[in-house]
Ligand binder design. Structure first.
Ligand code: SF4
Length: 333
């Protein structure tokens, strides 16, 4: 006797949807830095020189270049007497000195939350502490913070760097961190530091900034429900790269970092029901909208925003720029 042949059953169609993490995109420090360059261009005219990328985002840099900003790597590339803006990631005091020596009009767009870490470094150094700076080697922010007290600061690039550390006096050691790290990895690094150095001093308040923390919490909220998480951000954006890592650690099957919709790959969507979308702190919303539109064209038109925090923080423009803007307004009557 043979069994009756059964009709092959067709797989049910995939329910396709997008979960959009919030908060995402621009933070207060990036917004301030970008507006600083725009206002400087309006006030002083092009060219306005910008030392390093004002924020780590290709689209933002290209948009400002189109308006007349000229990006340079070092202050010595800026013609004497010209206007230079320092990026949101902060600079060492030597860079301010170089700008003064060249007679530059310097506008410091360092994020106030990075400046806070610089001040902490100065205070601990003044009290003769060894400072263990948790961060990524070579990142501009780390270079700038280290420049505040080079003789006192040692870089700790992740938990595995703890074992080989040597300090002068284990009773006078403090830790600080880059603002855009993974919260979980940093906690692990600090745990290992404290095991080795029980008298380790904490920073007076969190160095990982509110925007980095909020974006990591937001992607954690959606990751476990997503087979794919798309993070919009540039490859040199520390906080964007961290979002990919956090998405994977939090249950996403795959996660990709893209500068924009042009880098998306249809192959990533095979068998994917739910796509998560988020963006780093230096990413304008227009790039996220392009990604969402690209997904909608491929059947992922059902978009739900998952909000884990509201952000209202705004920073005033750099004082040197505000002064000139006010003087220009007064001159116009
Ligand atoms: S990510 Fe944080 S530290 Fe960096 S610019 Fe934004 S608010 Fe400032």
């Amino acid at each position: 006797m043979t069994a009756a042949a059964t009709e092959p059953t067709a797989a049910p169609p995939l329910t396709k949807r997008v979960l959009l993490a919030a908060p995402r995109g621009y933070c207060a420090g990036v917004d301030r830095a970008v507006v600083t360059v725009e206002k400087a261009l309006e006030l002083y005219g092009a060219p306005v020189y910008v030392r390093k990328q004002i924020v780590h985002n290709t689209y933002v840099v290209q948009s400002l270049e189109a308006k007349g900003a000229v990006f340079v790597e070092e202050t010595e590339e800026v013609p004497e007497g010209a206007t230079v803006v320092f990026s949101a990631h902060g600079v060492a005091p030597t860079v301010h000195e170089e700008a003064r020596a060249r007679g530059l009009r310097a506008i410091d767009a360092t994020c106030p939350l990075v400046t806070k870490v610089h001040l902490e470094a100065r205070r601990f150094a003044a009290d003769d502490y060894d400072i263990l700076l948790i961060g990524h080697e070579g990142h501009e922010e780390v270079v700038g913070t280290t420049g505040e007290a080079p003789a006192h600061i040692t870089l700790v690039d992740g938990p595995d760097a703890v074992d080989d550390l040597v300090v002068r006096d284990p009773s006078r050691v403090a830790w600080l961190s880059q603002t855009t790290l993974s919260v979980d990895e940093t906690l692990e690094t600090v745990r290992r530091l404290r095991t080795k150095l029980p008298l380790l001093m904490d920073p007076p308040s969190d160095d990982i900034c509110y925007a980095t923390q909020n974006r990591q919490v937001a992607v954690k909220e959606i990751a476990a429900q997503c087979e794919l998480v798309v993070v919009v951000g540039s490859r040199n954006s520390s906080n964007s790269v961290r979002l990919v890592e956090v998405a994977l650690e939090s249950g996403a099957r795959a996660s990709h970092l893209v500068d924009g919709a042009g880098e998306l790959d249809e192959a990533w969507l095979a068998g994917v029901s739910t796509v998560g979308v988020t963006s780093g702190a230096s990413v304008p919303e227009v790039l996220v909208r392009d990604v969402v539109a690209w997904l909608a064209e491929r059947g992922y038109a059902d978009v739900e925003e998952v909000v884990s925090a509201e952000e209202t923080l705004l920073f005033a423009l750099p004082v040197e720029l505000r002064k000139d803007l006010k003087a220009a307004q007064q001159a116009q009557g």
